[in-house]
Design a protein around this ligand. Structure first.
Ligand code: BES
Ligand code: MN
Ligand code: ZN
Length: 488
């Protein structure tokens, strides 16, 4: 697994600055005032910082921007990284500043002279998250991993506050690794094994194999996977940190590869469908974070892991399948497979665990990209309260989430001539009819959100806290929602 940088917090030691190896970072607010650490570096380097601060280049920097003064005379470090940041940055500014440091660290040792600046833990989180690099499949020399040390006023206090952040970074990295991994590596078997390995962290992990799924009657999930040589699985991860409370349930779509099945996708871009297990990846990342920070909540994470392939045993368009709930589904399009997987997993989650609330995540529709692009996930819900709480948590973490409408007229789009419903609702409002399909498998008294993350799970360009590729969107928002709502 890709692991986040280990970050140390130490007392401020101005005398050490002259001989620090690698790169040294300082924060200077818009007023250009130099704090003790910056003053010391300024003196050592014949006033390089004072001269830089007086330039238009400094003036034009936005908060959180970075400028590297390279090969400064008077100190051993190869660069002074000047980050424009006041003493009381917002959480987002602090994370951005950290991310900028990660982008230029380039394997060097990094000494961050932070002093008594606020939100050092958030700077560290931004640094850790943006430092992600998925290089498992690149041969040749690995990039060196530089050490990161923050010099701060109260190292023990900061280290304590940064500990849950390290749990978050590790959860996000886990999600990104899973989502980036190609489908010949992350097979259904490998995926389940990586989840089972989390038992070491104190999670209960149960793997339901095809025989179990047949017995449970999960026919819609099995119908998606029946064309693949990789067996379908359902994995249940249980974090029991909250006594006898009914659990909060997270459910994820884990299609390790989506060819579209017999209703096959066009060749162009099909390789992106390795990320079609992104919903399950987020569920796994959240469970990892909860275990690492020993959350005081009961949370069950359930993922349906299947591969949607084309073969003689694949489900055909026109097939009618009976769900675990009992409703029958006419398969109009085998590429609308995520909802078939989730139908049975959602039902199973409620049937077995009687959760007090349930959120599912899925790279469910291309239509959500048409509606919201890469900036926001679509939020569909039967509960104003739960959806508002989630959107608030997502906003607080800088993860875009936007509520989408639902209503009976959209549900009518799913009417089938020969079965209880069709698996697609036509060309328009594709994301909404997909949400309605899922809602048919949600009991009315269970507060529920469906998060369509097709646009945000993996992107082609870098984002504020991630390089191009899997983002880990949602791990932080859900972790916060659980902390705010289900922990005392
Ligand atoms: N996995 C796709 C959705 C998707 C598209 C995810 C783009 C990420 C990026 C999903 O299974 C799918 O194929 N949906 C179809 C539904 C249609 C057949 C009703 C779609 O969006 O085209
Ligand atoms: Mn599909
Ligand atoms: Zn899919």
């Amino acid at each position: 697994m890709t692991t986040p940088a280990e970050i140390q917090f130490k007392d401020v030691d101005l005398d050490a600055l002259a001989h620090a190896p690698g790169k040294v970072a300082v924060f200077i607010g818009a007023d250009g005032k130099l704090e003790a650490g910056a003053r010391k570096l300024n003196t050592l380097t014949r006033k390089s910082l004072a001269r830089f601060v007086a330039t238009e280049a400094f003036e034009k920097m936005a908060i959180g921007d970075l400028f590297a003064l390279t090969w400064p005379a008077g100190i051993e470090a190869a660069a002074i990284l000047v980050v424009k940041l006041g003493r009381r940055p917002s959480q987002q500014e602090a994370r951005k500043a950290g991310a900028q440091l990660a982008k230029v660290q380039n394997g060097a040792d990094l000494l961050v002279v932070a002093g008594s600046i606020a939100h050092v833990d958030e700077i560290a989180l931004g640094l850790a998250l943006r430092g992600y690099d998925f290089d498992t499949h690149k041969t040749g020399e690995k990039k060196p991993v530089g050490g990161v040390t923050f010099m701060v006023a109260k190292p023990e206090v900061v280290a304590k506050r940064a500990a849950p952040m390290a749990a978050i970074a590790e959860g996000v990295f886990f999600t990104r690794d899973l989502t980036n991994e190609p489908a010949n590596i992350l097979t259904t078997h490998d995926f389940a094994a990586r989840l089972a390995a989390m038992q070491e962290l104190g999670l209960d992990v149960e793997i339901l194999e095809e025989d179990d799924l047949i017995k449970l009657g999960m026919r819609t999930l099995l119908a998606v996977g029946q064309g693949s040589l990789s067996p379908s699985k359902v994995v249940v991860m249980h974090w029991n940190g909250g006594g006898d409370d009914a659990p909060f349930a997270l459910v994820g779509k884990g299609v390790v590869f989506d060819t579209g099945g017999i209703s096959m996708k066009p060749a162009a871009g099909m390789e992106d469908m390795t990320m079609d297990m992104g919903g399950a990846g987020v569920v796994a990342g959240v469970m990892r974070t909860l275990a690492l920070r020993k959350a005081r909540a009961n949370v069950v994470g359930i993922v349906g892991i299947v591969e949607n392939m084309v073969s003689g045993s694949a489900t055909r368009p026109g097939d009618v399948v009976r769900s675990m709930k009992g409703d029958t589904i006419e398969v109009i399009n085998t590429d609308a497979e995520g909802r078939m997987v989730l139908a049975d997993v959602l039902w199973y989650a409620q049937d077995r665990f009687k959760p007090k609330a349930m959120i599912n995540l899925a790279t469910l529709t291309g239509a959500i990209l048409v509606a919201l692009g890469h900036e926001n996930a679509g939020v569909f819900s039967n509960s104003d309260d739960l959806s508002a709480a989630f959107i608030k948590a997502a906003g607080a973490e800088g993860e875009g989430a936007w509520r989408m409408p639902m209503g009976p007229a959209y549900d009518d789009l799913l009417k089938s001539r020969i079965a209880d419903m069709k698996n697609v609702g036509g060309r328009y409002a594709g994301s909404i009819s997909a949400a309605h399909f899922l809602q048919r498998f949600v009991k009315p008294d269970v507060p529920w959100c469906h998060l369509d993350i097709a646009g945000v799970a993996s992107v082609k360009k870098e984002t504020a806290l991630a390089p191009a590729g899997a983002t880990g969107w949602g791990v932080m928002a859900l972790n916060r929602l659980i902390a705010d709502r289900y922990e005392d």
